[in-house]
Write a protein that binds this ligand. Structure first.
Ligand code: AMP
Ligand code: GLY
Length: 425
């Protein structure tokens, strides 16, 4: 098989890496890919934008691509699946109507309420005055969310009324473009977050191993929100009892609600959950894609061939597949970031130490990197690398990830030293 992976992050490198471990897959093409996918044996990059549906379709058809896997949310929300499926291609990822579950938080909230899915109390506003009136009534802390896609930057967990006012103003002043035409104001929940990514063919839905990521830039989970500074799986806080409730109260109810809206949702459904201190849970958000960096710890533990699962989703026979098989043990990933991230940072710094990092047994997934004209790997984003360790337990996995990342070096590189602290005794 030949697989085409759309996207350029650590998630897409991990997907390509996983595919190439299978005997069934000869070649992976990444669009546009990064420095890791450019240099991995069996993989190549194709320099097209992820929203160039016509170019991607022509390439896939003329190169006999058997499976197209879409990583990021924005092409899904723009209908890449609908377009490529109409060309006769096999595409993993929901269609445009399904991707609304991530592309509109107001729409997703309405679906959750209608389906009886446990979620944070919320209200939706289309202008600042009424949003602020609601805010003054509710008080702080409170959570302000731009309705649409905002590259992970549209959510403010406001500790004070003035922070919340600023967030509302920024949204309605157009900081997020049309994503800010409406705002969701939500009750602020405390607790531990987990990510449950589930595979679905629109009829059957099966969770992957639950993961946790560290979203804050600073140690002890402090400071600004980021795209994720590290992750681990399987998250022990997601007990079998909790996962059984998530299956019936979240995943199955969501699929039923989507069906009743005439939406044939096939791909990954990602539920971001808050586990409240009393052991209950609420859905904070849905995503229509694999999580990043959760994928970099979930896929290394997956024993069933990923392409078999994806083809079963596309072919609507996930229910006929045997249970998803997992390797025993645990995985952890640590993100190497560029000085300044999540604010301003400089790109183009040469990265050294890959050979030594590989020798530790860790797996280095590239996130924001590229291969330059001198065949050097240079930084090309804020989150640069995800170094994943595997082991019999979290202690071993985390030790391996840190052994790997310590070998890597680039100017102003930094990483959190406490990834997985909650799961280490
Ligand atoms: P979202 O994109 O909706 O997942 O929000 C991004 C992040 O904001 C989440 O991962 C949480 O860390 C935080 N967040 C979102 N909603 C809430 C909430 N209702 N209470 C507390 N934190 C939240
Ligand atoms: N790790 C959070 C996300 O992928 O949205």
């Amino acid at each position: 098989m030949k697989v085409l992976v759309i996207g350029n992050g650590g998630r897409e490198h991990a997907l390509a890496w996983k595919f190439l471990q299978s005997d069934q897959i000869q070649q992976v093409v990444c669009v546009p890919g990064n420095g890791g996918t450019a240099t991995m044996q069996g993989c190549q990059n194709l320099s097209l934008a992820v929203d160039n549906f016509v170019g991607i379709g022509e390439y896939a058809l003329s190169n006999s691509i058997d499976l197209v896997v879409v990583g990021p949310e924005s092409p899904l929300a723009e209908g890449i699946t609908d377009y490529l499926q109409n060309q006769g291609l096999m595409v993993f990822g929901p269609n445009k109507s399904g991707a609304r579950i991530e592309a509109s938080k107001a729409w997703a909230k309405a679906l959750m309420l209608e389906a009886g899915i446990p979620t944070a109390k919320a209200a939706v506003f289309t202008e600042a005055a009424s949003a602020k009136a609601y805010l003054y009534n509710q008080g702080a802390p409170i959570v302000i969310k731009a309705d649409g896609l905002a590259a992970g930057k549209g959510v403010t967990v406001a500790e004070t009324i003035s922070q919340a006012e600023e967030a509302i103003e920024a949204i309605f002043q157009g900081q997020f473009g049309s994503a800010g035409n409406s705002v969701v104001i939500e009750e602020c929940l405390r607790g531990q977050e987990i990510s449950v990514l589930a595979l679905t063919d629109g009829l059957t839905i099966r969770p992957l191993l639950p993961a946790q990521d560290h979203k804050r830039v600073g140690e002890g989970d402090t400071g600004d929100n980021t795209g994720g500074m590290g992750a681990y799986a399987p998250a022990p806080v997601a007990t079998p009892e909790l996962m059984a409730r998530v299956q019936t109260e979240v995943l199955e109810r969501t699929i039923t609600a989507l069906q009743s809206r005439g939406i044939d949702y096939r791909g990954i459904l990602y539920a971001g959950l808050m586990i409240t201190p009393d052991g209950d849970f609420r859905v904070l958000e849905f995503n229509c894609r694999f999580g990043d960096p959760e994928t970099q710890v979930i896929l290394p533990l997956l024993a069933t061939p990923l392409e078999d699962l994806m083809l079963a989703c596309i072919g609507r026979h996930l229910g006929d597949m045997p249970p998803i098989a997992w390797k025993t043990g645990a995985a952890a990933t640590v993100v190497a970031a560029s000085g300044g991230y999540p604010g301003e940072y400089v790109k183009g710094k040469v990265i050294n130490g890959f050979v030594a990092a590989d020798a530790t047994g860790a797996t280095v997934f590239h996130a924001g990197t590229r291969l330059n004209e001198f065949q050097e790997i240079v930084t090309d984003g804020g989150r640069v690398l995800n170094v994943t360790g595997l082991g019999a337990d979290f202690g071993e996995a985390i030790t391996q990830a840190y052994a790997g990342i310590r070998e890597i070096e680039f100017d102003q590189m930094y990483y959190r030293r406490d990834i997985g602290y909650r799961v280490l005794q």
